[in-house]
Ligand binder design. Structure first.
Ligand code: ATP
Ligand code: MG
Length: 472
């Protein structure tokens, strides 16, 4: 390790020499530079990255305060320790308010000097450590309030950063409670529009008749209740982002109108004859499968293609279980301060249940479960007994349903179950070998005639008859 660098600024020759001698004699030692006044000290400090600067308060022509102020202005990061005589001892305290890290009284004795230096070094080390921890926590596990560490979510953070600044419409899909609204906000606050408004509308929550005027506004007298003109949400969101939540619930009649707005970037308030130019970035979200809705005829295909330019698909929580512990920790912190309780964490057994449970309500359900258990918790750790019954039973139900799709957990007959298992394995082997029966038979560790016989018995065709049978 290289020696720490110290600058001594003092107008008395004796003080400089004594201090330099003490510092150099110390085991491990310091690399010492001296300056005989504030100006000289300043020009040295601008050139050399000192770790510490020991500076006299009472100096001529400029005093230690002048030096301190100039060092801070110059953005020099060294720890400054002020030295004061008897007469100016309360000025030392004052210096702390101006950014000095510590002070020491003259006459300076070795013990005192090294004690102060050690204290300053320790504080600097802690500061640095905290800084690192903070950035690590933020970088790794949180992005605009979205807490996650799974690869899939981190990839989504990357996508958000990349697309935030474009005006292109983003469609966020995912099951209920996966964080679609959080993503919409992250897109807004990560874009150049962050100073503009973020306006949200739940397309499913409002009667069709009101929705149009809600979106586009209306003029006075446009309909019976329109006693005064009203701005629509598109106008409210001008220069910012309009979040259209539950877009899949938008009635067909309004889908046409929305499509027109997206294409022309202008709106026409209900009852108005003129169009208004708007500059709005649309983020839409839906828990529905819009492609399915298009097939069913409840969602227009032209709007779907226009909206689905940049899709962001949020995985359900059960497909990113590595996020569960840090999400739980995040919510425990949140509700500790909200509920005024002090829960430290989750017991091992409770966490195990969290990890096997399916979380149909995703992160929202996790948040609710944590809040509820924190209210009920008898100790400072959340225990299985504090959890709702669906979680307490998670283990049994997951064991029963896990092994093979189609297996009936109430049927215990080996004969019956092994037939189901056999069929599943054959289908899997055929899929894996893209219908190559010779290879499939090898994977299944049975002969080719045995495979063909079983396939016929179960009525399995390989579904890839056009593929030529190749001898492996
Ligand atoms: N990754 C996450 N980190 C922290 N909080 C999250 C995360 N995902 C979701 N949440 C929280 O869970 C709740 C539900 O999130 P959000 O409202 O964004 O979900 P959603 O997908 O819009 O759900 P819905 O389809 O039901 O409207 C919110 O309280 C949100 O703050
Ligand atoms: Mg939502």
């Amino acid at each position: 390790m290289s020696k720490a660098r110290v600058l001594i600024v003092d107008d008395e020759y004796d003080v400089r020499e004594t201090l330099a001698g003490l510092l150099q004699s110390k085991r491990g030692g310091y690399e010492v530079t001296t300056a005989k006044n504030a100006e000289e000290g300043l020009s040295l400090a601008e050139k050399i990255p000192f770790d510490h600067i020991l500076c006299d308060i009472y100096m001529k022509p400029s005093d230690g305060f002048y030096f301190l102020k100039r060092v801070k202005q110059a953005g020099i990061e060294a720890n400054i320790i002020m030295m004061s005589g008897k007469a100016d001892s309360d000025m030392a305290l004052e210096a702390l308010e101006f950014g000095a890290k510590d002070y020491i009284h003259k006459p300076i004795v070795a013990g005192q000097l090294f004690f102060v230096l050690k204290r300053v070094e320790e504080a600097a080390r802690l500061r640095q450590e905290n800084e690192q921890l903070r950035t690590q926590v933020q970088e790794k596990f949180s992005f605009h309030n979205i807490v996650a560490k799974s690869e899939r979510m981190k990839r989504i953070f990357g996508v958000i950063e990349k697309v935030a600044d474009y005006k292109t419409t983003v469609l966020v899909t995912g099951e209920s409670g996966t964080g679609k609204e959080l993503v919409a906000k992250a897109l807004h606050f990560n874009s150049a529009r962050r100073k503009g408004p973020f306006v949200a509308l739940n397309c499913g929550g409002i009667p069709e008749t009101l929705l149009e005027s809600e979106l586009f506004g209306h003029v006075k007298g446009a309909f019976t209740d329109a006693i005064r003109a009203k701005k629509g949400l598109f106008e409210e969101a001008n220069g910012g982002t309009l979040f259209l939540d539950e877009l899949g619930d938008l009635p067909l009649s309004l889908q046409v109108k929305l499509l027109r707005v997206l294409q022309e970037e202008e709106i026409r308030p209900v009852g108005d004859t003129r169009n208004i130019k708007i500059d709005v970035r649309i983020v839409a979200a839906t828990a529905k499968n819009l492609a399915e809705e298009v097939k069913k005829g409840t969602f227009r295909d032209d709007l779907y293609y226009r909206i689905n330019v940049l899709p962001i698909v949020l995985p359900p929580l059960r497909e990113r279980r590595e996020d569960i512990p840090i999400l739980a920790e995040h919510f425990i912190k949140k509700y500790n301060s909200r509920l005024g309780v002090t829960v430290d964490g989750i017991s091992q057994e409770a966490l195990r249940l969290f990890l096997v449970y399916k979380w149909p309500g995703n992160v929202r359900e996790l948040e609710n479960v944590i809040e509820r258990s924190m209210v009920l918790a008898e100790t400072n750790m959340i225990q299985p007994a504090d959890l709702p019954s669906q979680l307490r039973n998670a283990e049994q139900s997951s064991e029963a349903s896990a092994p093979v799709p189609g297996l009936d957990p109430t049927v215990l007959s080996i004969k019956q179950n092994s037939k189901i298992l056999e069929q599943a394995l054959i289908k899997r082997a055929l899929a894996k070998t893209r219908g190559n029966k010779t290879r499939a038979a090898q994977l299944l560790e049975i002969s080719l005639p045995a495979l063909l016989y079983k396939m016929k018995g179960y009525g399995i065709s390989n579904g890839n008859n056009h593929l030529q049978e190749q001898a492996a």
